[in-house]
Structure formats: structure tokens, C-alpha cells
Design a protein around this ligand. Structure first.
Ligand code: ZN
Length: 485
């Protein structure tokens, strides 16, 4: 058997003012056939699994392009087409093939392409023909499109948020595709539109049990895989929203029935499944009610992992104005501030202008007198089974809050990230991260309580107000009963 493996993607936020170009991909690496010769990252992990599984069976792995960009605005057309065509050329060169396995995020939008992954899978299918097995792994923040379902043989989506399971899902996709290539199974897929938009946290109930329930159907009665595409709300595409996906062995009716059954269960209990967000003042009131311990505030709307800049000041401003108590605010993406603080050096006290630099979604910059306490370079932080880069950090201390500024636009995933600077986050009453949920496992051990905050940032979960123009079916919460009529 000859197995082709590659990976390409990003998560596109249509509502932020900075496009995704070549630099965004180069920042996290462009690997031409050698991603698996480097340590596994959160996105390259699946390729490692596929190579290991392929070679473990004595089959041949052929590795193509691997590159992922951090979430941000619309991907430029030339950059998308360039990388896409590289993968297609890699596949043509690798023919004849039995299996093609692609790690695609599932929410990349490029100038001229609303459904990049559907476009890629359609073109791959045209090249390899109807008999080659084409498997795709997607992030649960994807837009599950008709083209993806039509042109992939099987799709498996992450089940966990935080995403601790891409490598487990990669192994499952491999098993399905290997069986299909050996004619042991005939995967068929059905999707179900739950007609809802939301954010769902799988480490806590009731989502935890829902994930267990999805898994309970797998591997029996002809059901090969069950996925929930949570969806990525910050995109103006036809397929934006939450969907169920079921892969069955040759029985499309069975797949359709189970997808609909699970989708209806989710919708029926939607008020309990979704994350509730607090305003900054609600969150600070609630945090203030604790007499001891550290409360973690997640600034969901400025999560770089959702394409927001990571330099917004809405929450920082309220914390300073309210003198909310010992606060650790970080990381905040501000490469200019990092450079100024680095130049001033450890021990220097200076007036700095922090954040608020990327547009309206960043708010106004904050002027603050700070002391440069420590600098750390090339910081790595744990994220599930892998390490993830956080860039260079500087610890700025003021009378009202300590702020950690970095120069790589990405989110804080673990409390240990601050230890590179000598900071013990448990010494603070408030710790603020710019993250929607990926931080959760890495901060749960130190958090007396975790609060989810919304601000007017680039990933504000204002599902009733987002200016969608392409989704044609109604959805909750914009419409109270989207199934009526
Ligand atoms: Zn995701």
C-alpha cells in the first residue's frame, strides 16, 4: 500500500482587519516532506501517527507539504492557491496511491474560496479518481461542507476542546482508511445541521457526557465514527454553525438517523451545553467575592486562537480602573512594547503604551508606568501531549497589575508558561488569559474559579449580531426556534 500524508490549514476570522499571508505560515514552519523529522506539534502530530501506522504495516509513506498559520483574517488568494497546488503536485508525483491522508483544519477561507478544504478535497478526488481512499482530519472548529462529505472517503474531527486528541483521532482515521483500502469497510458519511451557534467545553458537563455518548456508538452496529463539528462562528460562509457527522459502514440511512438523533439531543439541551459569558464588570464582581485563591479570567473575545489580535485592552482597562487587586495579565501580544522593554533592560522603570494597536477590535492603548522585571526567550508551554511556542516574553510590573507582553501572536495555554519569567501565578488574585478554552486544562489546577468574559474584541461571541450574509438557514440563538415552519 502507498499512503500519501500532508497537512495545510488555518482558521479564518472574517471579522478582523489583518489578512493571512505567507509570513503567517512561515512563522510556524513550512515543511516540504520533512515535518515528521521534527518533533510533533499540535498540528503535525497526526502526520507522525500516520507515518508510524503506515510503516508499522510495512507499507510506504510518501510525505508532502505541511504548513499551518495561526488564526487570523482572510488568507490571500495567491498564498492559498500556491500551497494548495503544491500539495496537488505532490500527490500527482506520488501516484499510484492507495490512501491519501490530509490534516486540514476545516475553517480556512481564502480570497475567492469560502470552502478551502472542500476545494482541496474536490481537486484531490479529481486527481486520484473514485477508488483511492481519501481521509481528512479536521479541527472541531470547522465548517463541515457538502463538498467535503462528497469528495472525502472518511472525515474524523477532534472530539476534545481543549484539543488534546488530534493524535488519537489520527489513529482512528488511519484505521478506517486502512480498512477501506483493503475493502473491509465501505465508509459513507452523513451530516446534520443542528441549527445552532455556540461554544462548547468538553472537559465539563454536560459536554463531557455527550462526548462519551458519541464514542459509545463507535465500532459497533456498523458505525465507524461519530463527530461533532462545533463550528467556528467568526466566518461568513454558508456552512457556519454546529453540525453532527456520522461515518457508517455502507449504510447511509443509519448514518443519517444517528447524526440527526444526536443533533436533536444537543439542540434540545442547548441552554446547558453552551458556554455563558460575563461582562468584565460581572466577572470582576464575581471574582471579588472570593476571599482567597486565584480566579482565572478568560478574555474569550481577544483570543488569538480565534483570529483576534491578542492586544485588546478592554478588560485591562476595567481592571486598572477598578483597582481589582493583584492581577497577572498575560500574555498580551505587543511586539513593539516587547522591543522597547527589552531595549530598556531588566530593572528599568519607564512609561509605556501597551496594546490597542491592531484596530477597533483592540480598543485604546493603555499608558502605564512599569518596571521591567524579567525577560525570557523562546518560551515553550505544555499543550496536551506536545509543547507549543509562546515566543519571547517580558514581565512588566506596575502598582495596579503585572502584565506579560510577548512578540508571537498566540495564546497562553498553561500556567507553567509564566514560570520562565520566575512568576508564580498563584500569588495573584486574578490571572487573565486571552484564550477561549485551550488554556483550561493548563490552568484548572491553580484556579479557584474560571470565568469566561466577553469584550468587544475580534472574536466576540455575539452570535445574534455577527453580520452573516451567506448562511441561508436560521439558527439559534439568533432565532428562538430555527426548526419552526
Ligand atoms: Zn479548534
Amino acid at each position: 500500500m502507498r499512503v500519501f500524508i500532508a497537512g495545510f490549514g488555518t482558521e479564518t476570522n472574517a471579522f478582523v482587519p489583518f489578512p493571512t499571508g505567507h509570513r503567517a505560515f512561515a512563522t510556524f514552519g513550512i515543511f516540504r516532506g520533512d515535518a515528521t523529522r521534527h518533533p510533533p506539534g499540535s498540528m503535525s502530530g497526526p502526520l507522525h501517527v500516520w507515518r508510524r501506522e503506515t510503516e508499522g504495516r510495512g507499507w510506504t509513506a510518501i510525505e508532502g507539504l505541511f504548513t499551518f498559520a495561526a488564526p487570523s483574517g482572510i488568507t490571500s488568494r495567491a498564498v492559498y492557491e500556491g500551497f494548495r497546488d503544491e500539495i496537488l503536485a505532490d500527490i500527482r508525483q506520488a501516484l499510484p496511491l492507495d490512501i491519501v491522508l490530509l490534516n486540514l483544519h476545516g475553517a480556512m477561507v481564502a480570497d475567492g474560496y469560502d470552502d478551502c478544504e472542500g476545494d482541496i478535497l474536490t481537486r484531490v478526488r479529481q486527481i486520484v479518481g473514485p477508488d483511492v481512499v481519501v481521509g481528512a482530519e479536521l479541527d472541531l472548529h470547522c465548517h463541515l461542507s457538502a463538498a467535503m462529505i462528497r469528495d472525502a472517503t472518511a472525515i474524523v474531527i477532534y472530539k476534545e476542546y481543549p484539543h488534546i486528541d488530534p493524535m488519537d483521532r489520527a489513529a482512528e482515521l488511519f484505521a478506517i482508511c486502512a480498512d477501506a483500502a483493503q475493502h473491509r469497510v465501505r465508509p459513507v458519511m452523513a451530516r446534520y445541521d443542528c441549527r445552532m451557534m455556540g461554544s462548547y467545553r468538553t472537559p465539563v458537563e454536560p459536554m463531557k457526557s455527550f462526548v462519551a455518548r458519541m464514542k459509545s456508538f463507535e465500532g459497533k452496529d456498523g458505525i465507524l465514527s461519530v463527530s461533532m463539528a462545533h463550528g467556528f462562528a467568526f466566518a461568513d460562509v454558508e456552512d457556519v454553525g454546529t453540525r453532527m457527522l456520522v461515518v457508517s459502514d455502507g449504510d447511509i440511512g443509519k448514518a443519517e438517523r444517528l447524526a440527526a438523533q444526536l443533533g436533536r439531543e444537543l439542540f434540545a439541551d442547548r441552554h446547558n451545553f453552551i458556554t455563558r459569558f460575563l461582562t468584565p464588570d460581572e466577572a470582576l464582581d464575581r471574582a471579588g467575592a472570593h476571599n482567597e485563591g486565584t480566579v482565572v479570567l478568560a478574555d474569550r473575545a481577544d483570543n488569538p486562537g480565534s483570529g483576534a489580535p491578542g492586544d485588546s485592552t478592554f478588560l485591562l482597562r476595567r481592571i486598572l480602573d477598578r483597582r481589582a487587586g493583584p492581577t497577572l495579565f498575560g500574555v498580551m501580544w505587543d511586539p513593539i512594547a516587547f522591543q522597547i522593554a527589552e531595549e530598556a533592560g531588566v530593572g528599568a522603570t519607564l512609561d509605556m503604551r501597551l496594546g490597542g494597536k491592531s484596530g477597533k477590535v483592540s480598543g485604546d492603548p493603555v499608558d502605564l508606568r512599569v518596571t521591567v522585571r524579567q525577560i525570557a526567550y523562546g518560551v515553550q508551554q505544555p499543550y496536551g501531549p506536545v509543547m507549543s511556542p509562546l515566543g519571547d516574553l517580558v514581565w512588566l510590573s506596575s502598582d495596579l497589575a503585572d502584565i506579560v507582553v510577548n512578540n508571537l501572536r498566540t495564546q497562553t495555554l498553561h500556567a507553567d508558561a509564566f514560570r520562565a519569567l520566575g512568576i508564580d501565578p498563584t500569588r495573584y488574585r486574578l490571572v487573565v488569559v486571552k484564550s477561549a478554552q485551550h488554556f483550561y486544562n493548563g490552568f484548572a489546577p491553580i484556579a479557584k474559579e474560571t470565568l469566561y468574559v466577553t469584550t468587544p474584541g475580534g472574536a466576540e461571541p455575539a452570535y445574534t449580531r455577527l453580520p452573516y450574509t451567506k448562511r441561508t438557514t436560521p439558527f439559534w440563538p439568533k432565532v428562538e426556534d430555527p426548526f419552526a415552519g
